[in-house]
Design a protein around this ligand. Structure first.
Ligand code: CS2
Length: 488
């Protein structure tokens, strides 16, 4: 079977959507750091749609991998001229599109100079990123950038960039020195005020090097807030088979996702931007209500059913959602506890929004992995759920179901499920948290002291008591009976 490439585009079956523009005419405008499945199914698709309209061709996308293992994707996509397939899946069936917006992909650990030169190229006017919730190196209690982190300390003193902070701040300093206008830093991670968080992290890092640089960044670099949304499961061997069947060509790293997608961006760019409003992106002056809605209801909803669902033996999210106990549970979680802390969202009916989330979670086509949702919990909980609990406590509102969700994460972190099977935990803090979860077993006391996760919330007595009851139930009754008890 032939490999997907520019040359193969015209030979693809008619049903496969493909770039209608001449890819040779694209010039680089955006560098994206953290090219994973989500980015390729989201931002890259919006740009592809824009280019298909015959506009914005000076906003070509260049991937930048900073991690050693990013090489695998660079190696997969380079021989394909950086083309790849996105298969959108819903009840009406599968639609395959070949995305052409990525024109290059640089692996920084293999060629630091190339990476730095790219970031200093005056044509690059936006550096966007998906570096995950934990990537901004923020202290949970204070919300401040963790300057004491040893690798950060080291990098701040060194001329050699390694992390996203070293590269982005190094490039901004260089551009300033050479009189090249700065790029906009566009965070596309699931954090409320992701732009503000990014600004704090990057500017604090700059300050560790050169206070003047930090001051210039604060006044000259834009960090817009954004809300991003598209459910994108992990690519599996089956995904590759599916893409090959639809394309009649081999794609070494296709992506599957739902047909829904949404992007809301604060319109405060410092060096121009593509006309994304032409492809359905909502440009606004205040993203906060949308971020809060999406993160508390969607991402929070995922956390709510993920750990409990996994403990009950469900491999996929749609399977959890087809269980009547979990249907009641998620609705109760949203309606009784979370929605009251979402507030008004311009142009959005929250009842309808939750109905659509219910449908999206139930989509049997995308086979979203429960383990994907359960990964990285020590970073997701503090962003997706704990702020809602904090607010509820302040307002004396109910926290019973939310506390059960926290307890289900603690039960999960023990590393063995209700049937005694080992749980493949994927969390950067697993080594420190798992032994505590095992040791503490039915008592949450020690885990609640993990400040990186709970900050000062761990000291709240009401919260500790609710989590304690729920955790005991989970160990004594098992996850299934506990869910039944909580929805009764
Ligand atoms: C998920 C998100 O990682 C998670 O826990 O909630 O990846 C979610 O699928 C996306 O944010 C949807 O936009």
């Amino acid at each position: 079977m032939k490999r997907l490439s520019n040359q193969q585009l015209s030979a693809l079956p008619a049903a496969v959507k493909r770039p209608s523009y001449d890819r040779c005419q694209l010039t680089p405008g955006i560098v994206h750091i953290g090219v994973g499945a989500f980015h390729r199914a989201h931002q890259a698709v919006y740009l592809d749609e824009l280019f298909n309209q015959g506009i914005g061709h000076d906003w070509g996308l260049v991937g930048l991998g900073l991690l050693e293992h990013d090489k695998t994707m660079v190696d997969a996509l380079s021989p394909q001229d950086f083309l790849y397939t996105v298969v959108e899946q819903d009840v009406r069936g599968n639609v395959a599109r070949v995305v052409g917006s990525m024109i290059d992909f640089v692996h920084a650990p293999s060629d630091q100079h190339k990476a730095m030169n790219l970031l200093c190229d005056p044509r690059i006017r936006i550096v966007s990123m998906t570096i995950a919730e934990g990537g901004y190196n923020i202290d949970q209690s204070t919300g401040k950038f963790l300057t004491s982190h040893p690798t950060i300390q080291q990098e701040a003193q060194s001329a050699t960039p390694r992390s996203v902070f070293g590269y982005v701040v190094g490039a901004l300093a260089e551009r300033r020195k050479r009189g090249i206008a700065p790029f906009t830093v566009l965070s596309c991670d699931n954090l409320v005020h992701n732009g503000r968080v990014a600004a704090r992290s990057f500017c604090t890092f700059a300050e560790m090097r050169d206070p003047e640089l930090a001051e210039w960044m604060r006044s000259s670099v834009a960090f817009p807030n954004t809300m991003v949304d598209r459910i994108t499961p992990v690519t599996t061997p089956e995904t590759k088979v599916l893409a090959a069947e639809m394309l009649g060509a081999e794609d070494r790293w296709p992506v599957v996702c739902e047909s829904f997608k949404q992007w809301v961006i604060e319109d405060t760019f410092c060096n121009g931007r593509p006309a994304l409003e032409k492809v359905g992106v909502r440009m606004t002056s205040d993203v906060t209500p949308y971020e809060v809605m999406k993160i508390r209801l969607l991402n929070g909803g995922h956390v709510a059913i993920g750990y409990l669902g996994y403990l009950c033996g469900f491999e996929h999210i749609f399977e959890i959602m087809s269980d009547s106990d979990f249907q009641k549970f998620i609705n109760k979680f949203w309606n009784d506890e979370v929605t009251r802390h979402v507030g008004e969202v311009p142009g959005v009916d929250l009842v309808e929004y939750k109905r659509s989330l219910f449908e999206r979670f139930s989509n049997p086509s995308i086979r979203d992995q429960t383990l994907r949702i359960c990964s990285d919990g020590s970073n997701k909980l503090p962003k997706f759920l704990l702020p809602t609990i904090r607010e509820a406590l302040q307002k004396d509102a109910p926290i019973k179901l939310m506390s059960l969700v926290v307890a289900s994460w603690m039960r999960f972190m023990n590393g063995t499920d209700d049937k005694g099977q080992p749980i493949p935990i994927n969390d950067p803090r697993a080594d420190s948290i798992q032994p505590i979860a095992k040791r503490g077993s039915e008592s949450p006391t020690e885990l609640l002291k993990v400040e990186e996760v709970f900050g000062d919330l761990g000291a709240n007595e009401k919260f500790a008591a609710e989590v304690g009851v729920a955790l005991r139930d989970l160990y004594q009754l098992g996850a299934r009976q506990t869910v039944k008890k909580y929805i009764a």
